[in-house]
Design a protein around this ligand. Structure first.
Ligand code: PMP
Length: 388
């Protein structure tokens, strides 16, 4: 046993609850998985080709620490076109190893020991752990189904203390799919400005918005100076395995993040950066096609779930639905375990995304309509057998 050598912070971290279900499901046959949080599409071919071509041309060395300048310029142009926020590509954009690394180093750049960070649950499983690893203290606020899983400014206000340094917001959201519109973001921004709070805005699903274009927190009045906008290529361009993301924000913060990045990572993978450049330059049609397909799948799944008695909101973005399973009287874990054992459908219990996720399950609809149809048939039979 060598666990006594481990840092206390790490010993105390719980492994992600999502893994357990993948491990169980991977040992079974004939499983329909709605568990994974990644696109079922293969990366667009022109992106693969551009990366391949960069290798053929001999681009196999490190890039600048902050990433290829051409890529940072393309990111900056993209953010200007898409959200009307402008960032200096030389000073205010950092290319990272996925949005995951951007979140990690944003927190490490900001936090002193004991600083509090407001986390809105249910949320992506990495946020609280990243705060703890950066020496901070996560303070959770629960977005509830009654408000379509949208956090309110009053809830944020109530969580603020003298130690509050930052907030992590995610819209469109994983796992609920909730999207905060410009008015809702502006109301939240007022609280953040009043209390001098920095926002880490995880906008990785921004392109995957189905009813209206997503707004960026950075484009709200007064917020660009206090927002670290985080995004990446994993979701919208179906590039999870390429590990490429970015952060854009105020010069001092991005430069501080770049210092951490240069000592710990050097630079994001060069060939992936060449692919990402092609994605931004010529990937629009692919994103539009994938978005159209996700929209159809979302509509299909939401209808089927509501019809079988698992009520759920129509989520505005990302590729998840978060139905209530309360009608079955089971806990989220029990539901997910039994559904997997009895019907071989893998979903993720809502409680892994925070306490307020109890009573819900996350289903990813980033899989074919054929698979979704099969999953809905099996789930419907399961619910019929178990509903109280
Ligand atoms: N943020 C959210 C909300 C996510 O759902 C994910 C991936 N599941 C990430 C960040 C991480 O993305 P990346 O692959 O760019 O590290």
């Amino acid at each position: 046993m060598s666990s006594q050598y481990l840092a206390k912070q790490v010993q105390d971290l719980k492994p992600s609850g999502i893994r357990k279900f993948f491990d169980l499901a991977s040992k079974m046959e004939n499983v329909v998985s709605l568990g994974v949080g990644e696109p079922d599409f293969v990366t667009p071919w022109n992106v693969i080709e551009a990366s391949y071509h960069s290798l053929e041309q001999g681009y196999t060395a490190y890039t600048a620490n902050a990433g290829l300048l051409e890529l940072r310029e393309a990111i900056s142009e993209y953010l200007e076109d898409y959200f009307s926020v402008s960032y200096d590509p030389e000073e205010q954009v950092l290319v990272t190893v996925g949005a995951s690394q951007a979140i990690d180093i944003a927190l490490r750049a900001l936090l002193n020991p004991g600083d509090e960070v407001i986390i809105v649950e249910p949320c992506f499983v990495a946020y609280s752990s990243a705060v703890i690893l950066a020496g901070g203290v996560p303070v959770t606020v629960s977005a509830t189904s009654e408000n379509a899983f949208k956090v309110t400014p009053e809830q944020i206000e109530a969580a603020v203390t003298e130690r509050t340094k930052a907030i992590v917001l995610c819209s469109p959201n994983n796992p609920t799919g909730a999207v905060l519109n410009a008015k809702e973001l502006a109301d939240i921004a007022e609280v953040l400005c009043n209390h001098d709070i920095i926002a880490i805005s995880d906008e990785i699903y921004a392109e995957l918005s189905y009813d209206e274009k997503a707004s960026s927190l950075a484009e709200i009045d007064g917020m660009k100076e206090r927002t670290i906008l985080i995004s990446g290529f994993s979701k919208s361009f179906a590039m999870t395995g390429w590990r490429l993301g970015y952060a854009a924000g105020p010069t001092d913060i991005i430069q501080a993040m770049t210092k951490i990045h240069q000592y710990t990572i050097m630079c994001a993978p060069t060939m992936a950066q060449h692919g990402a450049l092609e994605a931004l330059r010529n990937g629009r049609d692919s994103v539009d096609n994938m978005t159209t397909s996700y929209r159809q799948r979302r509509n299909f799944v939401v209808k089927a779930l509501n019809e079988m008695g698992l009520s759920c909101h129509l989520p505005g973005g990302a590729f998840y639905v978060f139905p209530s399973i309360k009608a079955t009287g089971m806990s989220s874990e029990e539901f997910a375990e039994k559904l997997l054992a009895e019907e071989r459908v893998a979903v993720v219990p809502g409680n892994v995304f925070g306490e307020s996720g109890e009573g819900y399950i996350r289903c990813s609809y980033a899989t074919s309509i054929k698979q979704l149809d099969e999953a809905m048939k099996r789930m419907s039979r399961f619910v019929e057998n178990h509903i109280k």
